[in-house]
Every structure is written in structure tokens, then in C-alpha cells.
Design a protein around this ligand. Structure first.
Ligand code: FAD
Ligand code: NAP
Length: 872
């Protein structure tokens, strides 16, 4: 940390805004700032506008998002005056388009070209940024915008000896303007990412010989380029505004129909047909969006990966080369897939050779060419297509010092931390365009760029109109956004690849997910919400006033939020207070469409004697050889709905994960059989199952209980009744979102009483059906009221942040601990009452399902992991 910079004189800024970069982002920023009456200059290291499209002039360079989508939308005239000649325009055509925009809007007059920003320092006394360039100038501005690009800092070659090579060396990322003549040359290309895959077929056609040095093979799909197809052209011609608006709210910035089916919802023939349609679709999204679960389910991903490997095998003549070109060590889509023209077929040419660096790594570059561990390959030209220090490279290459002299590089030493990818705490008035933590490189970048530019300028306008001149993200807001970004990524397969999305391509770079995988539309919604809630997560100040609006914009787990949204769209009736038949029919209808849960070894339905007649049970037997420990399970449903099979998917999951025999008990329901019928049935069932453990295939004496919601209440009460009766022995209790107290005034009820499936009203009606008010203080109804919790089996109590029952569950865990019971409490962040049992629906709760199973294994083997009261 260096001393904060404080100006002596209180001089004003030279300009309202300094924008760094004059690519698509910097240019639009300049345009928009002017339109809103802000003075601004842009500083650009290149000699001219274009950014990516100025620097990357290698043969074959073109966009792989259709140009109709990959173009500005802010100026509708552009769509009329600019006709794209191809579906995926070439680099020269895109650069010409950018030049056209710069000229049309007279943008160059405010750009300083051939100038690099080297440092920027927040002047705390003056509330201004001091921006220093490589020409020695200092420009003082109020707001500082980094439009420096996600893929603008090339990665170092990392191959020893490059300087010794006597031939020519080129980088795809800074290709000479005059082009390169490969005729008659022996060319080596290092790298098979998007740049390599675009350049290789064209270099192969020109060069005498081409050697491709491949470290990791990439998935690529045919671009099927050509004239702009009607399905795109007509969108702009007939419904331009709607189409552009759809793009803004779409998943990845190009409006396309979303899939509804998962890979294994269809048979093999249909699966193949859909993959085949994706292969022929001529867009990356044609294949990535062929099913809903390709990026979340490893088996689904294996299916598409194998389909694509078969395509490679069918194109490449030499089976050994084909195998070398087949990616095998990461899921499809987790490293950026490519669109190509004749890439794989290029390896059938006699002048092209593939060197598999996984078998024979490069030792060094010599003056004659490239030396691998096996051979020396003489070359005239070496092309590095080795990629970029993505997303953070350009931001960190500027020496940025914020509040208190803190350097951005230090703040981000363990990975970038941002709020919405737009701002970072401690760096007031600094904005990033498509920064880490925003959809950026996982989207059509033009849509993301326009969104950020507009959000930022709206923010500046808001500050100005309200007499503020400083805006800064709060640490809470950015920390929780980072959590949300990680939560989203953790639901997907992205973290499984050593990709540049994860920072893995640059040695020493922290391994964290850089872009936001939650999608363009959902991201935009969060940004809108931040503004609508008074710039939530920001501190605005100026004119002696401070508007400190700390807060968290996304607290629910992403899949929980998606589930709630989907339910809202269904406009389901509110069944709280409805007759029980209605509640039961409603619950059964919702359960009908749920995923079935994993396979188990065997399912047996049976009956056992209860205090008032037989009770039904369902036994879930693991696939492994028995005998097994036994878990008696009590379903949820407010003592009013449900049966021995109502939590079937969860029981399967519990059985498969814990390798225990799970017996789900169909206890009597209220109002037909009110309190204390359910707990009496529960005790009788546990007793009978303990006595018949051997016949059921269980290990006598290895018995635990588990229950969810009202079932958690029964499990808790049964443990006390069994203790008092002196039988049966229970080695552990797992209480999932248990009802432990009839008091419905706790904060959890107030905070979470509506909108999270189990409502306060519904819970109230359950109690009304179950127990008259005068009975509710009975510890057999409200186990939290028991004064004698000592001597109970060790417990795991799971609660969820957005559950009305959260606080009574936590209170019960505390009460158990206070009574000397080994009780562990896990509170699930961002989850709701139904999350834990929603197998294959709420994947973010899979970790807690695993934890529950592991605790049960411990209970059943006599080594409980329970200990101190914790939450996590
Ligand atoms: P850039 O275009 O990278 O511009 C940033 C500018 O900032 C650069 O000109 C750089 O010189 C300048 N700069 C950086 N640091 C400094 C500094 N310190 N001082 C002065 N100037 C500085 N995205 C898609 O959505 N679809 C595609 O099909 C697609 N194809 C791509 C193809 C290639 C070859 C590459 C490399 C990227 C591609 N991208 C694509 C991503 C592409 O980077 C973005 O779409 C978009 O062009 C980024 O625009 P930008 O203005 O944000 O950044
Ligand atoms: P990239 O995807 O990071 O690919 C770099 C390639 O170089 C990888 O194959 C990498 O192998 C290899 N490599 C890196 N260092 C190496 C070394 N020391 N020795 C051997 N091999 C090495 O980079 P890119 O191709 O430039 O693309 C970057 C991104 O820009 C793309 O993902 C895309 O977003 C964008 N882009 C888009 C297009 C388009 O089609 N529109 C075109 C170009 C770029 P490893 O995988 O083993 O690290």
C-alpha cells in the first residue's frame, strides 16, 4: 500500500470522463457520454479505432456470433445503412464497420491514439482520478472508465528461445497490418484455440508446409458461413426493435429458442437427431442449446462430447491424428468451443502435420525452428496463437491505486472482486466495461458492452441530477456478488476445465471463474434491480450528502431463484386454508412431474403394525450387498399431506448416498388423525423396524431417524419418546427443516413468510389441522418446549436461510447442544424450505444432501461427526 495521493490545489478536472480503449466499448462510451452532455476523451494504445478488430488481423479472423447480432443496436440507422456480406463477417469487414461508426458519429476527435495509460490514482482530497499516460501527460477526470477489453493483452509465449529464432515470428493477437506472405514457407503454428482454428486452414492453403503444435485439442463445429441467412436478415428487416430487445434479455445475447428437454429425456435416436441438427445449425448455440443440461450434467455432456468426437473421427482420415484431435480431458463448452471452416479436414492435406505436445512437449525454440522432446522441426515462420491474459490482463496492466493508495493488483491478488463486473469497492468513480463478474465473454459481447455503457452513463446522469459526484460499491455488495457468481458457476461444469475462463491459461493466475455464467437476461435483471432499489450496494456522495445504500441484490441460490420464477409464471393457486383434499391434490399434481431420483438396489412396499392399525412403509435398499444400517424416514407435508412415497426421490438419494437401508413410513395424517397420532405412529414404526431390522436386511442396532419438515418434528419427538421408553436405541437423528415449535412469531416467519413455497399461512393451516391450540405447547407437538432434552441421540439439524421454520430449527439445535447432546447445525445459504429434498431440481443443495448422508453413515457406524454447534 502506498500513501494516498492528495492534491494540493483544488483544481477541477480536465474532463468529466476518461475512457481507456477505443474498441466497440470505448467508442460507444464516448458517443453516449457526449449524448448525455458529459465531456470525455478516450485514450487508445493503437493507432486507430477497432480494439480486437484492429489488432487481430490474422488470416481467417472473423466473428463467430452472427454479424446481425454482433453489431451495435444503439443506432437503428446502422442496421439500415450497413449490409453484412456474410453471416460471420471477416475482420476487415468488422473493422470497416467500426470505422464507419467512428466517422458517422465523429468520434475520433476525442480520441488520443498511440497513447497508453500507465497509471491512474484516486485523489482522495479532490475526489478525482489522475490518469498518467506513456507520453508523460496527466489527465484529471471525475470518472474513469476502463474499456480496455477482455481479450486485449496477449499471453506471454512461455516458450524458451523465441528471440533466437532466425525466421519470422508472429502473434495472431498483433498481426502486421500489411499481412504475411506464407507462400513457399515452412510454418509452425502453436495453439489450437479459436484463433489457431481460424488461421490454420488458410495458412495451410498458402504455406509449403504447416506444422500445428497442439497442447489441448478443442471442440469445433462447422460455421457453415455464407450470405446472411434469411432467419437472421428478416429479423432486422421485419421486427428489428423487438429482435434487439429480445437479445438484451436472452441467455447469451443472441435471441434463439431455448431448449426444454434434457439429454436423457429422449431416446438415443432423438438425441442423435438433435445433436446432428446442432452440428448442421451453423452457430455455436445450435449445439450448446440442443438440450437444457449439457453444461450442468456430466453424463449429458459426455453424450454431446462423444458425438462431437465421432464427427472428428469421421472427417479426419488418419485415425491416429483423429484421436489426437479429440478433446477428452474437459467437458464440452467449458473451454471456449470454436466455429470453423474446414479445420479438421485440413489435417487430411499432405502438407499439414500435427504434433501432439502432450506426447512430445516443446523443449525450446532454436534459431532453426522448434525442438520437441523427440525431434527438431525446421521452420521459416512461427505463429503464436497462444491466447490472452483474459478479463483481468488489461485492467491489471495499469497501475491503479484507489482509496488509501490500495493497488488494484493487491486487492485482486487472489482473483478479481467486483460488484456486477462494473465497479470494485475502494475504487470510487471507476467503472469497468464487461469486467470480471459480468457475462462478458460468455455472451454476444456487443449486447453486453451496450448494456454496460448505458448502465454507467445512466448512473453518471443520476449522480449529476441528484447533486452527487462520487459513487462506490460497498464491500458487502461486491462480496455477495462474488458469492453469487461462484454459486452460478458451481452449478455448471465450467470449474472442471483448466480454461482461460478460470484463469488457468496464465501461470500463477488465481484459479477463479472470471465471467458470470448466469446469463445475459438474468444479469441485466439484477442490474435493473440495483438501480430500482436506489443503487443498492453503492454509496453515493457529494455536496455534503451521503446516500449509503448497502445491500445484497442476489441472495437466493440461482437454481432456487429459477424455480421460484418458474412457479410464479405458472400462477399456482394459494392453497393455504383450502380444504385438505385440495391441498393434497395440489401437492400430488406438483410431485407428478419431478425427477425420479437415482436408481437404488430394490424398492419394497410393506406394512407394519401401528397403534391404530397397519401403517404402510416403503423400503429403499442400496445396490451394495447388505446387511445395511437402517434409517427410518418421516416425510414432510405439515402432518396433513404426503405418504410413504411422497419424498421418494429424496429417499432414493439418501439411500444411494448413505448406503443405508431407508424405510419411509406412512404415518396417519391430520385432520382425520390429529395430534398425537403422527408421533405415536412414528414411535411404533421405529420400534417395529428396530425389532425387525434383520428380516428387512438391516444391521440390528444400527438405526437412525431422519425427517423433513413435519417429518423432522416427528423424528425429533420420536427420539425423546424412545429415550423415555428406554427403547428402541437410536444412534442419530437428522432433522431437516424441522417444525419444532408452534410459535409462529419468529423473525423467520416474518422475513420468509411469503414467496418461498412454504408460506406462513400454509404453516398456520397445517397447525390448525394438526393440533388444537391448547395442545401445541405439548413437547410432543413442539419439541423445542421440552425441558429435558438431555440424553438424546446425536443430531444434525439442517435449516435454510429462506425458510419460515429457519429460526425454530436453529433454536432446537442450540437447545440440544445446551442439553449436552452432540448436535450440529447446518444453515444452508440461499436455500428455501423445499430445497434439501428437491433432488435433481435444486442442484445447489446437493452438497448438503451429501453432508446429510455422510452424517448418517457416521451415526450408523457409531462414529458420528457431530460435535460443536456450527453453521455453514
Ligand atoms: P477491445 O476491442 O479489446 O478494445 C480494447 C482497447 O483498449 C484495445 O484497442 C486496446 O489497445 C486498448 N487498451 C487496453 N489497455 C490500454 C491502455 N492501458 N491504454 C490505452 N489503450 C488500452 N466477441 C463476440 O462476442 N463475438 C465474437 O465473434 C468475437 N470474436 C472475437 C475474435 C477475436 C479474434 C478476439 C480476440 C475476440 C473476439 N471476441 C468476440 C471478443 C471481443 O474482444 C469483443 O467482442 C469486443 O471486440 C471487445 O471490445 P472492447 O472494446 O470491449 O475491447
Ligand atoms: P486460446 O483460446 O486461449 O487458445 C490458445 C491456444 O494456445 C490453446 O490451444 C493453448 O493450449 C495454446 N497454448 C498456449 N500457450 C501455449 C504454450 N506455451 N505451448 C503450447 N500451446 C500453448 O486463445 P485464442 O485462440 O486466441 O482465443 C481466445 C479467445 O478469443 C477465444 O476463446 C474467443 O473468445 C476469442 N476469439 C474468438 C474468435 C472467433 O471465432 N470469433 C477467434 C479468436 C478468438 P492450452 O489449451 O493447452 O492452454
Amino acid at each position: 500500500m502506498s500513501a494516498p495521493y492528495t492534491s494540493g490545489a483544488m483544481a477541477g478536472p480536465d474532463v468529466d470522463v476518461v475512457v481507456v480503449g477505443a474498441g466497440f466499448a470505448g467508442l460507444y462510451m464516448l458517443y453516449r457520454l457526449r449524448a448525455f452532455g458529459f465531456s470525455a476523451i478516450a485514450i487508445e494504445a493503437a493507432e486507430d479505432v477497432g480494439g480486437t478488430w484492429y489488432w487481430n488481423r490474422y488470416p481467417g479472423a472473423r466473428c463467430d456470433v452472427p454479424s446481425v447480432d454482433y453489431s451495435y443496436s444503439f443506432d437503428p440507422e446502422l442496421d439500415e445503412e450497413w449490409g453484412w456480406t456474410e453471416k460471420f463477417a471477416t475482420q476487415p469487414e468488422i473493422l470497416a464497420y467500426i470505422n464507419h461508426v467512428a466517422e458517422k458519429h465523429d468520434l475520433r476527435r476525442d480520441i488520443r491514439f498511440s497513447t497508453r495509460v500507465e497509471a491512474a490514482t484516486w485523489d482522495e482530497g479532490a475526489n478525482l482520478w489522475r490518469v498518467r499516460t506513456d507520453s508523460g501527460d496527466e489527465i484529471v477526470c471525475r470518472y474513469y472508465v476502463m474499456a480496455t477489453g477482455c481479450l486485449s493483452v496477449p499471453k506471454a509465449p512461455e516458450v524458451e528461445g523465441t528471440a533466437e529464432f532466425r525466421g519470422d515470428v508472429y502473434f495472431t493477437s498483433s498481426w502486421p497490418r500489411e499481412g504475411v506472405d506464407f507462400a513457399g514457407k515452412r510454418v509452425g503454428v502453436i495453439g489450437t484455440g479459436s484463433s489457431g482454428i481460424q488461421a490454420i486452414p488458410l495458412i495451410a492453403r498458402e504455406a509449403e508446409a504447416l506444422v500445428v503444435f497442439q497442447r489441448t485439442p478443442n471442440f469445433s463445429v462447422p460455421a457453415r458461413n455464407g450470405a446472411v441467412p434469411d432467419y437472421l436478415r428478416l429479423q432486422l428487416e421485419t421486427r428489428r426493435d423487438e429482435y434487439r430487445e429480445e437479445a438484451r434479455w436472452s441467455r447469451n445475447g443472441s435471441p434463439r429458442p431455448l431448449p426444454t428437454l434434457r439429454v436423457f429425456d429422449v431416446d438415443e435416436g432423438e438425441r442423435f437427431r438433435r445433436f446432428e441438427a446442432g452440428w448442421h445449425g451453423g452457430e455455436l448455440s445450435s449445439i450448446t442449446a440442443s438440450f437444457t443440461d449439457l453444461m450442468v450434467d456430466p453424463d449429458a455432456n459426455d453424450a454431446v462430447s462423444e458425438f462431437l468426437r465421432d464427427k472428428i473421427r469421421s472427417i479426419v482420415d488418419d485415425p491416429e491424428i483423429a484421436e489426437a484431435l479429440c478433446p477428452t480431458d474437459y467437458p464440452f463448452g467449458t473451454k471456449r468451443p470454436c466455429l470453423d471452416t474446414d479445420y479438421y479436414a485440413t489435417y487430411n492435406r499432405p502438407n499439414v502435420r500435427l504434433v501432439d505436445l502432450r506426447k512430445t512437449p516443446i523443449d525450446r525454440i532454436s534459431e532453426r525452428g522448434i525442438e520437441t522432446q523427440d525431434e527438431s522441426i525446421d521452420l521459416d515462420v512461427i505463429v503464436f496463437a497462444t491466447g490472452f491474459d483474459a478479463m483481468t490482463g488489461a485492467l491489471l496492466s495499469i497501475d491503479l491505486a484507489g482509496r488509501g493508495g490500495v493497488r488494484l493488483a493487491d486487492k485482486w491478488a487472489a482473483g478479481p472482486v467486483t460488484y456486477l463486473g462494473l465497479a470494485t469497492a475502494g475504487f470510487p468513480n471507476l467503472f469497468m466495461i464487461t469486467g470480471p463478474g459480468s457475462p462478458s465473454v460468455l455472451s454476444n459481447m456487443l449486447v453486453s458492452i451496450e448494456h454496460h455503457v448505458e448502465w454507467i452513463v445512466d448512473c453518471l446522469d443520476h449522480l449529476r441530477s441528484n447533486g452527487f459526484d462520487v459513487v462506490e460499491a460497498t464491500p458487502t455488495a461486491e462480496e455477495s456478488w462474488g458469492q453469487h457468481v461462484n454459486d452460478c458457476a458451481d452449478l455448471t461444469l465450467f470449474p472442471r476445465a483448466a480454461s482461460w475462463y478460470m484463469g488457468a491459461n496464465v501461470p500463477g493466475k488465481p484459479r477463479v471463474i472470471l465471467p458470470y455464467v448466469g446469463g445475459v437476461g438474468p444479469y441485466r435483471k439484477a442490474c435493473v434491480e440495483v438501480v430500482d432499489r436506489g443503487y443498492l450496494g453503492f454509496v453515493l456522495s457529494g455536496g455534503g450528502r451521503v446516500h449509503h445504500n448497502d445491500g445484497i441484490v442476489r441472495r437466493l441460490q440461482p437454481d432456487v431463484a429459477a424455480l421460484l420464477e418458474a412457479r410464479e409464471a405458472l400462477n399456482l393457486p394459494d392453497v393455504a386454508g383450502a380444504p385438505v383434499e385440495v391441498v393434497r391434490a395440489h401437492t400430488a399434481a406438483l410431485a407428478a412431474g419431478r425427477p425420479p431420483g437415482p436408481e437404488v438396489g430394490e424398492l419394497v412396499d410393506g406394512t407394519l403394525p401401528g397403534p391404530a392399525g397397519d401403517l404402510v412403509y416403503r423400503l429403499f435398499r442400496p445396490e451394495s450387498d447388505g446387511p445395511h444400517g437402517v434409517v427410518v424416514y418421516f416425510h414432510g407435508g405439515g402432518w396433513v399431506v404426503g405418504s410413504h412415497d411422497s419424498d421418494d426421490p429424496f429417499c432414493r438419494d439418501l439411500c444411494a448416498r448413505s448406503d443405508a437401508l431407508v424405510v419411509s413410513v406412512g404415518y396417519r395424517l391430520a385432520p382425520e388423525a390429529p395430534f398425537p397420532a403422527a408421533v405415536e405412529d412414528g414411535l411404533a414404526a421405529v420400534d417395529w423396524i428396530a425389532d425387525h431390522a434383520r428380516e428387512l436386511g438391516g444391521i440390528p442396532g444400527a438405526l437412525a431417524v431422519c425427517g423433513w419438515s413435519a417429518g423432522g418434528n416427528i423424528a425429533a419427538v420420536v427420539c425423546r419418546l424412545a429415550r423415555d421408553a428406554g427403547r428402541p436405541a437410536i444412534s442419530g437423528q437428522v432433522l431437516l427443516n424441522p417444525v419444532t415449535d408452534a410459535d409462529m412469531t419468529r423473525v423467520g416467519y416474518v422475513e420468509n413468510g411469503t414467496g418461498f413455497i412454504l408460506t406462513a399461512d400454509l404453516m398456520r393451516s397445517f397447525w390448525d389441522h394438526y393440533a388444537p391450540v391448547e395442545d401445541r405447547a405439548d413437547p410432543r407437538a413442539s419439541p423445542l418446549r421440552a425441558t429435558d432434552l438431555g440424553g438424546l441421540p446425536p443430531a444434525l439439524v439442517v435449516t435454510c436461510e429462506f425458510d419460515p421454520l429457519r429460526d425454530e430449527g436453529a433454536a432446537y439445535a442450540r437447545a440440544l447442544s445446551a442439553a449436552g447432546v452432540a448436535a450440529r447445525h447446518v444453515d444452508c445459504r440461499g436455500q428455501i424450505h423445499t430445497s434439501v429434498i428437491a433432488v435433481d431440481v435444486i442442484r445447489s443443495a446437493a452438497a448438503v444432501r451429501a453432508e446429510v448422508a455422510s452424517e448418517l453413515r457416521g451415526f450408523l457406524s457409531g462414529v458420528p461427526t457431530a460435535g460443536l454447534l456450527t453453521s455453514g
